[in-house]
Design a protein around this ligand. Structure first.
Ligand SMILES: NC(=O)c1ccc[n+]([C@@H]2O[C@H](COP(=O)([O-])OP(=O)(O)OC[C@H]3O[C@@H](n4cnc5c(N)ncnc54)[C@H](O)[C@@H]3O)[C@@H](O)[C@H]2O)c1
Length: 84
């Protein structure tokens, strides 16, 4: 199964991505993020280590989703959060 997490490099998104990959190791977990939030890029090495795919994209650009076919589950976290 493919699990897509938008805002996947953020606080909630990265926690979800790492959680799902550890819970469903055979699943393809994709973290999709535009890295506009400073610090989100710091999660990328952990994704590489855990076999989580990272897609650098913006939810406002439909073409950024072209590479994401057959997604089974999608979690929407790509928002400018007010939680700092
Ligand atoms: N942090 C919390 O404790 C908490 C609790 C409850 C709900 N939430 C909600 O969860 C959501 C995520 O919160 P968070 O704390 O993880 O925020 P965050 O700022 O840590 O993460 C948001 C991520 O989304 C990315 N992003 C922003 N706009 C984007 C776009 N257009 N396209 C692609 N990526 C984009 C940012 O680069 C960032 O990495 C928010 O809606 C927030 O209100 C957060």
């Amino acid at each position: 199964m493919k699990i897509l997490i938008t805002g996947g490099a953020g606080f909630v998104g990265s926690s979800l991505a790492l959680h799902f990959k550890s819970k469903f190791p055979n699943s393809k977990v994709v973290a999709f993020d535009n890295l506009k939030r400073r610090g989100s890029e710091l999660n990328l090495p952990k994704f590489l280590e855990q076999g989580i795919e990272f897609v650098h994209g913006d939810i406002r650009n439909p073409s950024d989703f072209d590479c994401l076919k057959e997604t089974g589950m999608c979690f929407l976290n790509a928002l400018r959060s007010r939680v700092s």
